[in-house]
Design a protein around this ligand. Structure first.
Ligand code: NAD
Length: 313
């Protein structure tokens, strides 16, 4: 048997599977590159790049397991994998705290202008002490869209900052909100009352463009949106226009609509966005789950799932 690692995953995975099979690494291949080499492998170990389409699945003649060392599975054609008898695993639950801490970090950063101030000091050698009058999280209202594992962890941390938490998740019973010290309500109400709105629901056809000109109209002009989930949930063009018009206080994101575009990132090519010119926009390159702590826990989970699926003792 042979396994192929195509992204930065915990070293324990390769070490453990290496006891049972040959383990190769080809970092971040494009879709075409992956399709050309996947035929030899029984196990594919990856994160979220590149998207696994029908062509790659068809090329994976020996493929039995796709192990995704992440939560989201929207980049894998799950129906087709199932049709071909390939088991697909993810590792939910291990990175909740990592994503939640980054969410709070972004809330603090955008509220105090630390990113912009840092660039001014280091790049422009400016000491603009009086330019930055931030606001505090204490006493503010946080709206959480999607009250699952990560949403609830963010709620717990926000409670520690003495924020008032409203949450929208139509799939949960009322007691989940009360037990977590949040007010469960409609999306309209969450958008209306919140100073910060953070997104922790999956990218689905019905959640694509959830934050758009239409929904931005229901929000405070000073509100800050945080997207820690997936590019595409926030319509970036509408967000840019709202930031420019001053009808939105800020946008902090860990994900972007075109982060997988054209295999650009895997080839080292850049991408651009009008948002990059906005001071009240801050971004990180999809690092939410990426801590040493989470990688270790994810690694142990994936090892157990792959060994279980292939009956490796
Ligand atoms: P989860 O499944 O525990 O929670 C998602 C919640 O969203 C569920 O409670 C579900 O009921 C709710 N939901 C689904 N559809 C909805 C809708 N249409 N409207 C409102 N609520 C809806 O998942 P999680 O572990 O909390 O992760 C949430 C998302 O975060 C994932 O889908 C993933 O895309 C993203 N994520 C991002 C990173 C990162 O690196 N930035 C890391 C991990 C997860």
């Amino acid at each position: 048997m042979k396994a192929l690692i195509i992204d930065a995953i915990h070293s324990a995975i390769g070490e453990e599977l290496g006891k049972y099979m040959q383990v190769d690494t080809k970092m971040l291949p494009t879709q075409a590159e992956l399709a050309s080499i996947i035929g030899d492998y029984d196990v594919l170990l990856m994160r979220v790049d590149p998207a696994i389409n029908k062509e790659i699945i068809d090329a994976g003649k020996n493929l039995k397991v796709i192990a995704v060392c992440a939560v989201g599975l929207n980049h894998v054609d799950l129906d087709y994998a199932k049709e071909k008898g390939i088991q697909v695993f993810n590792a939910p639950g291990w990175s909740d705290n990592a994503v939640a801490e980054l969410t709070i970090s972004k809330m603090l950063d955008i509220s105090r202008g630390t990113m912009q101030a840092d660039r001014e000091v280091k790049e422009k050698k400016q000491w603009n002490k009086y330019k930055y009058y931030g606001s505090e999280l204490r006493g503010k209202t946080l709206g959480i869209l999607g009250f699952g594992r990560i949403g609830r962890r963010v709620c717990k941390l926000a409670n520690a900052f003495e924020m008032k938490v409203y949450a929208y998740d139509p799939f949960l019973p009322a007691e989940v909100f009360t037990e977590n010290n949040a007010i469960g309500t409609s999306m309209e109400e969450v958008l209306k009352v919140s100073d910060y709105v953070t997104i922790h629901l999956p990218l689905l056809p019905e959640t694509r463009n959830l934050i758009s000109t239409e929904s931005i109209k229901n929000m405070k002009d000073t509100a800050v949106v945080l997207n820690m989930s997936r590019g595409g949930i926030v319509n970036e063009k509408d967000m840019y226009e709202a930031l420019k018009a001053g009808t939105m206080g800020g946008y902090a994101t860990d994900v972007m609509e075109n982060e997988l575009a054209g295999g650009g990132l895997t080839k080292g090519a850049g991408f651009d966005s009008p948002l990059f010119g906005c001071d009240n926009f801050i971004v990180s390159p999809h690092i939410g789950a990426q801590t040493k702590d989470a990688a270790y826990l994810i690694g142990q989970d994936i090892i157990a799932k792959v060994k279980g699926a292939l009956n490796l003792q």
